[in-house]
Write a protein that binds this ligand. Structure first.
Ligand code: ADP
Ligand code: MG
Length: 269
């Protein structure tokens, strides 16, 4: 994205900690996490399994409440934002309804909201085209590949035109080729729609390829290790992924984890 001169804060995470479980059996999932996400920015939450990425995304989505600290989206609490349906969510598994076609799955949130079919049919047609499923709109989920199913999930998450898209490892169950195509298409979708995207991943190249900024997290307990600005390049997938700059950026991100391992080894020695 081109941030321009003015960055407008869309999501503010302020000193958030999250402890699960009851006294004596507590699991600290996150400690003192703070950062901002700007409007129309693509931010990845990157870190090893168990560092609290999903917890953080769930807190933003009001699926959990923090033990302490505060999250605000615009000027509002996550709860208000959820009730106003200002974000869409995509999980690792697409969770589609098997008895509904692609089009009917995408239309579900609009149907539930009580919009008229005449209104939402045009919207779903547009979304189907955007995610490249025009030829499959009358197919059922079981007739689609994993990547196509995830495209449906993305279109459904965008159906109420939320300004924010929260994505939890949406491509990690897909094969490498499908993943690459979806990554490219997601960037295209963001370009077309200007959504603010928070994207959870444990893949360094994926985070580097997609993001304006990468929030590197570390585990035990989950916290922000560092926040790194990426340089987005134009060009084909191969051009970008093979470029010197891409390698530099992945190395920079990877070094954060090397630091972390070193300090862990020191503590354990
Ligand atoms: P990630 O998505 O980075 O793999 P999670 O956010 O799922 O990490 O989990 C962070 C930590 O919090 C882990 O130790 C996990 O076991 C713990 N945790 C997550 N959800 C719960 C829960 N509902 N109850 C208890 N512990 C949880
Ligand atoms: Mg997770």
């Amino acid at each position: 994205m081109s941030l321009g001169r003015q960055k407008e804060t869309e999501i503010r995470v302020d000193d958030v900690s999250m402890i699960f479980g009851s006294k004596g059996k507590e699991v600290t999932a996150l400690t003192n996490v703070s950062f901002e996400v700007y409007r129309s920015e693509f931010v990845s939450l990157l870190g090893p399994s168990g560092c609290g990425k999903s917890t953080l995304l769930r807190l933003m989505a009001d699926l959990l409440e923090p033990t302490s600290g505060r999250i605000t989206i615009g000027e509002e609490e996550p709860r208000e934002v959820r009730l106003k349906r200002k974000f869409g969510i995509v999980f690792q598994s697409p969770t589609l309804f098997e008895w509904r076609t692609v089009k009917d799955n995408i239309e579900l949130p609009m149907e539930v909201l009580g919009l008229k079919k005449s209104e939402y049919s045009a919207i779903s047609e547009q979304l189907i085209e955007m995610v490249g499923l025009s030829k499959f709109k009358h197919h059922y989920p079981w007739q689609l590949s994993g990547g196509m199913q995830q495209r449906v999930a993305i279109a459904r998450a965008l159906s109420l035109d939320p300004p924010i898209l929260l994505m939890d490892e949406p491509f990690s169950a897909l094969d490498e080729f499908t993943k690459e195509k979806l990554q490219l298409d997601l960037l295209d979708i963001q370009k077309q729609t200007n959504k603010t995207i928070v994207f959870v991943t444990h893949s360094i190249p994926e985070a580097v390829f997609l993001s304006d900024r990468v929030i590197v997290m570390s585990a035990h307990p989950g916290r922000v290790h560092s926040i790194l600005e990426m340089e987005r390049e134009e060009g084909s997938y191969a051009h970008i992924r093979n470029s010197e700059r891409f390698h530099e950026m992945t190395a920079r991100v990877r070094n954060c984890f090397v630091d972390e391992e070193d300090s862990l080894n020191e503590r354990m020695a």
